[in-house]
Ligand binder design. Structure first.
Ligand SMILES: [Zn+2]
Length: 193
């Protein structure tokens, strides 16, 4: 016997519901986020990319500075609201060399944005202030451009890692290199999260 019209509709609704359940159970897809510079001053520049100081040993991260310390906000770099988890406990520093280079494994005070499949995005060496806390926000102030941990001269170190290994595609793909702008309206990369 042919299905009645109502039976057909009910069957279709059941199929749609099954698909919706399936998609809800799938892990979130990896996304390329947009990362902008962390410092809202025009002179902010990228000083290290694949190599420290552009020609030293391997680095595979961006170091961005405006030649100041504990004066300017270090802002969240990801465009859109994400959760920045703070790891703190390091005394603020502007001295070079730093007096406590091993604080938090060399990262100093830092933030982590966690993504899927082992990916994360980090901002290191922050000097903390009243803005510093774990929070969800869109490019908000996270603290001050500082020099905590293994940092020789105040800057923001930004990296995109998968299972702890730093990757370079997120900044090479958009042409960020030594001397590129680190201004807060300039896109410096598309990290995977
Ligand atoms: Zn660095």
């Amino acid at each position: 016997m042919a299905m009645t019209r109502i039976t057909k509709i009910v069957t279709r609704i059941a199929a749609i519901a099954a698909l919706a359940t399936l998609s809800a159970a799938m892990p979130a897809p990896l996304e390329a986020a947009t990362a902008r510079g962390p410092i809202c001053e025009n002179i902010a520049k990228v000083g290290s990319t694949t190599y420290y100081s552009c020609n030293g040993s391997s680095h595979t991260a961006l170091d961005i500075s405006n030649q100041s310390c504990s004066e300017w906000n270090a802002r969240g770099m990801i465009l859109g609201t994400v959760n920045y988890k703070l790891y703190s406990g390091c005394a603020n520093n502007c001295a070079n060399p730093p007096p406590n280079p091993n604080c938090n494994g060399g990262a100093g005070n830092y933030y982590v944005v966690s993504g899927a499949s082992g990916w994360d995005f980090r901002q290191l060496h922050i000097n903390t202030n009243t803005s510093s806390a774990t929070k969800s926000c869109d490019r908000c102030a996270l603290g001050l451009v500082g020099s905590t941990g293994q940092s020789y001269g105040a800057h923001v170190h930004a990296d995109n890692r998968q299972y702890g290994t730093r990757k370079s595609a997120w900044y090479t793909s958009v042409g960020t290199t030594c001397g590129s702008s680190g201004y807060c309206e300039n896109r410096v990369g598309t990290p995977t999260l």
